[in-house]
Each structure stands twice: as C-alpha cells, then as structure tokens.
Design a protein. Structure first.
Lengths: 313, 371
C-alpha cells in the first residue's frame, strides 16, 4: 500500500508541483525502478479489486435501482428499460403518496419497537447483573434457562400466543407486539449482558457494597454507567431485529391502522395483486433512511462497545 | 477505631475438601497494624473478606469494636477496604470515587468537600481530583483507593495486597507512605500480603497463615527470632532459614561431621516423643566460614555477590558412615558471608554455626522444641 501511495504522490508532484521536486531528490531518483514495481503490485491486486468491485456492485445496484424506481411513474417503471433514469427527479408524488400511509406505519413501528427495546434492556441488564454479580444458588440454572430461550424457534409459538392475546382482548392494540418483541429479544440480551458483566472485576461491586450501596444503587450508579456502551451495542442489534420483523407484526396486527412498517409495505400491493412500484419503492426508501439515520447516530457508541474489554481499561 | 476479634472462625468453600480458614482465634487491638502473611491459598484473603462481610462465616464469631459483626451487612460494619486491583469506579472522577460512600451515607456537601480535599492533600491527589481513573498511573490509582477508604473515617481499614500491582520501586515508597498514613490516622488496620518483607517492615504484629490455619502471631522480631514451627522458620527471613534433619547423639545434634549441643529440654522433649532426630534450623547470617577441624565440610555450589553481602550456596559433605547407611542425605546450606575473599565455586570449605543460634524443631510435628 505504502509503495503505491508514495509513487502516486510522486507522479502528481512531478507534473503539477515541478518547483517542489528538487526538495525531494531521493524520491525522484528511486522513481524509475519503483514505477515498474508499482504496476506489478497493481496487477497482483487486480483480482482482489475486481472481486471487491463485484461485491460492491451487487450491494449498491439494488439500492440504486430502488432509489431510481422511487422517482418513476408506474408507466415508466413497466415500459422503460430497467436501467433508464427517471424522467423527472423532482417528481416526489411517489414519496408523498407513500408518506400518507407510511407515516402511520412508522409511528406504529416506533410505538412497538422502542418500548420493547427499553423494557428488554432494563430487564436484560438487571438480569445480567443478578446472574453474574449477585451470588445465589441456582443462578447457573437460570442462565441456562435463558439460553434455552434463544433456541426456541418463535415461529412455532406464534399461534398459541395469538390465542392467548385474543382471549386477553389485546389483539386490537400494539401490546401483543411489545410483549412478543420483549420476550423474544430477552434471552439474547440477558446472555450478552451476563457475558459483559463477567468481564467486569467483581471487586468493583464489592467496593460498592462496602461503600454502602444497596443492590439497586449498585445497579443504577455503578453497573448501568459502566455498561453504557454494551447497552448501546445490544440496543442496536436488537433494534434491527425488531424493526425488520415481518412475521410477528403480520401475525398480531389485525387492522391496517396497527401495521408496522414491514407489514405495512405489503399493503402497497393493489387489490388485484398489482404492485404499485413507485410508492412501494418510495416507502422502502423512507424506511431505509430512518434506519440509516438511527444507525449513524448509534454507530460511534457501538464501535466503542465492540472494542470494550479489548484492552486493559 | 475499634478492636477486631476472631473467635473460632471457620470458612469452608463448597466443593473443597478442607476448610479455607479453620478455627481461627485472633485479636487485633484497637489502633494496631496487623499483617496477615502466608503463601497463596493459605486463607489470609478469606479471613480479610470475612471481616469485610464479603464472605460468609461458616462457624465462629467476628467482633468489631466489641459488637458481633458475624452476620452484619458490609455497609453496617464501619470498615473500609483497599483492593488489590483498586476496584475504582471507572466512570467516576477521582473526587466522585471518594465521594460515593459519603453521598450514600448522606454526608452534607460541605463536609464531603472538606473530607475529600483533606484526603487528597494527605495523598498528594489534589491535582487529579477531576480525572478519571484511566488517566492515572498505577501508583496514583492506588492512592485514590486509599483516599476512598480514608474519607469514610472508618473504624477499621482492610487492605488486600494493595501494593502487589506496583513496580518494585513504587512499592517501597508506597509502603512507607501507607505506614506513615496509618500512624497519623491511628486506625486499626488489617493488611494482607504474601510478601514477607512488607509484613516485617509494616506490621506492629504479623500473623503467619498456612493451609487455612494460623501458625504464629507476634511482633516481626519475635517471628524472626523464635519461629513457632518449621513453616514460620522457613517463611520468615530472606534467604530462608537452613532447615536440616539432624540425628541426636547424646544430647547433640549432628550436622554433617559436627556435633552441636542442644538445650537439655529440647533433647528431652524429642526423646519423650520417641524421636531419635530433630530438625535444626539456623539463619544464613549465623553461618561462618571456619578453620580446619571446626564445624562441618561442604562444597561450594554458587556464590552470589550483592555488594554489601554475598550469599554462599553449598552442599554439605556427609561422613562416609552416614552416606553408606543412608541415614542422612545431601543437604544444601545457605550462608551470608562477606563478599571479600569469598570462596570459589566447587571449592571445599568448612562452615560452623554457634550452638546458641540453633533452633530445634520436632521432626514429627514440626513444632519448636522447648529450650
């Protein structure tokens, strides 16, 4: 890498910054020999670069297609070639059409996902604390029970759950989603939290106990602040799980006004199965942008969370 | 300030076949600095954690200031502890670390401020009060841990190997700092270490532990001069005391070819127990290089010159009769000698020890024989 960089710099300085050249005579003198080497190096990396380009293309292409589609009319989409650019980039009809229903779905998603996340993280952190920091008989069995929870395929429990929610009269609300999201997310959260707590020296909590802190105080004043980055990391991972969920949302939302984004996007299919591509793509774009914004906001903290414990604090 | 008393205290970890601490009876006087010392796994840290309330007591009682604290919660014992890894709260500044316990116990802000600044002044921490622990050096973190204990003005300080994470030079300076701090505050302190130099230099009294039992407790000088058993004799002092099995011959102990008279009471106690030999111990500094016809002969294995002293490592040469009968085996002897004119490697020399500097222990029980 360094060789290539150095030579690329030389090439520009050789052309555009002629007067500066005498200041770096050693570099200039190495140039002819290095030039051939650089080409050889580039050639060697060609397969790698080609592979990366291919990968990038396969990721970016659908996104570009999605974005372009969001600006096209139904007629354009069906009759023009796939590659064609939209006639009018200022045509935001699709977006306004999508927004009128997606806004409600987004709100529903937020109302189902964020409370679930909050409950999940509070209970998960407290459970991780109880399982790793506190000493009591049977804690390993309890942790194991949580682990079993990870292994339960939740597609299997949807129907019994629906019956329970229906009998409890909750099916006309978002509560079934909140309960199910919290319950399905808890095992992994508890397991990860317990693992993070294991990495914290026990003496810190012993010191807190000696300082007079009750368990609740130790959890609130010592454990939560120390686990901040871990909590953000788990929050982000779980957020994507829940936000992108389709199956649970589709099963438990019986009315259109209760649909979350993912379930709602299905509604863009017309009455006779005709897909309204423009508004659908616009709605997907909105969804992607929301997730992207949240990701960019949390990214910094997540990176810190991932690196936590990698080095001695 | 308060006295601490252990009455037949025992702790048995589940799944372990022998108790971590067994029938411990020990009194720590008000304002005393007691050092618990012993090898790893001897029960000294468990003892300290039982005083702190971090470890349950299986049987017996712990009294702090005359009150039964056996089943009290850690926060109700009025003690402060300094941990080996300092256990500072990483998300709090130095000042907040020290203030945490005071906040919980509802000390008013002004008083809190006064105590923190006083402790910071005492420990040279004033410039660092707003820093987080990760921005401090090891020595500074150690002082913050001390400060956190000091601001609470507890009845008892507990310290669990607080110097073992510091480098050698810092350890020496912090050692004197802790000793002078303790003298100034006059608080009862129980200090755990595995380093016998720390134990000897810091403690008013030293309690030596081995295998979950208290071997001996006494002043550093007492432990050095009158070790109660073979373990204490070998553990206290550096290099360790020479401990050699010696057959008894008419009231004398045989060391190599030398016969050294033992006190009558010692010999009698050994004979009464049906033993024909004893374990004799002598400190390296009491071994002298002797002239012909004196003491016992040995071959020099190694001489370590330290500048002011030299340590001579030698193997005792046994008389032919003992070698062939197998009653004695080759024994290593360490001597502290003057570095001038030190003998060379493989050289044959003669060494002697004065009779009054010999410690005699039972071979069966390892206990010191009466003199």
């Amino acid at each position: 890498m360094t060789t290539t960089h150095g030579l690329a710099g030389d090439a520009t300085s050789g052309v555009a910054l002629e007067p500066a050249a005498p200041a770096t005579p050693p570099r200039m003198s190495r140039r002819p020999a290095g030039h051939g080497k650089a080409w050889a190096a580039r050639l060697r990396r060609l397969p790698l670069h080609a592979a990366i380009a291919l990968l990038l293309l396969s990721v970016v292409y659908p996104l570009v297609w999605l974005l372009l589609g969001a600006f096209k009319t139904q007629d354009e989409f069906l009759n023009e070639p796939t590659w064609a650019l939209p006639k009018d980039f200022t045509n935001v009809d699709n977006f306004s059409a999508a927004w009128s229903s997606v806004s409600q779905y987004l709100l529903n998603s937020a109302l189902a996902v964020f409370p679930s996340l909050l409950i999940m993280l509070v209970i998960g952190t407290a459970a991780g604390f109880a399982l790793e920091v506190m000493v009591w008989k049977g804690r390993n069995t309890v942790l194991l029970t949580f682990l079993i929870g990870i292994m339960v395929p939740w597609q299997m429990i949807l129907l019994p759950l629906f019956t329970v929610y229906f009998q409890a009269g909750l099916t006309q609300t978002l509560w079934p989603l909140i309960f199910t999201y919290t319950a399905t997310g808890l095992p992994l959260t508890v397991f990860l939290m317990a693992t993070y707590f294991r990495a914290i020296p026990k003496e810190i909590f012993e010191a807190a106990a000696l300082d007079g802190a009750s368990m609740i105080r130790a959890l609130w004043s010592v454990a939560f602040p120390m686990m901040k980055n871990a909590i953000f990391t788990i929050a982000l991972v779980q957020f994507f799980f829940l936000w992108n969920d389709l199956l649970i949302a589709l099963t438990f939302t019986t009315r259109d006004e209760l649909r979350t984004v993912q379930a709602g996007l299905l509604n863009f299919t017309g009455e006779f199965g005709v897909v309204d591509y423009g508004p659908t793509f616009a709605a997907i774009c909105i969804n992607v942008l929301v997730i992207l914004a949240i990701y960019l906001f949390l990214n910094q903290r997540v990176m810190r969370g991932m690196a936590a414990g990698a080095v001695k604090g | 300030m308060a006295a601490v008393e252990f009455i037949s205290v025992a702790r048995h970890y589940p799944g372990s076949d022998r108790p971590a601490v067994d029938a411990l009876d020990l009194q720590v006087a008000d304002g005393e600095f007691l050092v618990l010392v012993g090898p790893s796994g001897c029960g000294k840290s468990t003892t300290l954690r039982m005083v702190a309330g971090l470890e349950p007591v299986d049987s017996g009682q712990i009294l702090i200031g005359g009150k039964d604290a056996t089943n009290l919660a850690p926060k109700d014992r009025d003690i402060a502890m300094v941990f080996q890894n300092y256990a500072l709260y990483p998300h709090m500044s130095v000042a907040d670390n020290m203030a945490f316990s005071l906040k919980i116990s509802g000390v008013p802000k002004g008083e809190r401020h006064r105590r923190i600044h006083e402790a910071a002044r005492l420990l040279d921490l004033e410039p660092y009060l707003e820093r987080k622990p990760k921005a401090l050096s090891g020595g500074q973190r150690q002082r913050v841990a001390m400060g956190r204990a000091v601001v609470r003005e507890p009845q008892v300080f507990l310290m669990d190997e607080p110097l073992s994470n510091l480098d050698a030079k810092l350890r020496v300076s912090t050692r004197t700092q802790i000793a002078s701090l303790r003298r100034r505050l006059g608080v009862t302190t129980i200090y755990v270490t595995h380093d016998q130099v720390e134990a000897m230099t810091m403690g008013d009294r030293v309690a030596v532990f081995a295998g979950g039992r208290l071997c001996q407790v006494g002043s550093p000088q007492e432990l050095y001069e009158k070790p109660a058993n073979v373990f204490v004799a070998g553990f206290i002092g550096s290099p360790a005391m020479n401990l050699i099995p010696a057959p008894l011959h008419q009231g004398n102990a045989q060391i190599g070819e030398a016969l050294i008279p033992l006190p009558r009471a010692s010999v009698q106690a050994a004979l009464e127990a049906g033993s024909t030999s004893v374990t004799v111990g002598f400190r390296p500094e009491t071994v002298k290089i002797a002239g012909d016809g004196e003491g016992f002969s040995a071959t020099v294995d190694l001489v370590e010159i330290l500048g002011s002293d030299a340590y001579l490592y030698a193997t005792m040469i046994l008389p032919e009769s003992d070698r062939s009968s197998g009653t004695l085996q080759d024994t290593a002897v360490i001597a502290r000698i003057s570095p001038r004119n030190a003998p060379r490697k493989t050289e044959k020399i003669r060494l002697r020890v004065n009779a009054e500097e010999i410690h005699a222990f039972s071979r069966e029980t390892g206990q010191r024989l009466p003199t």
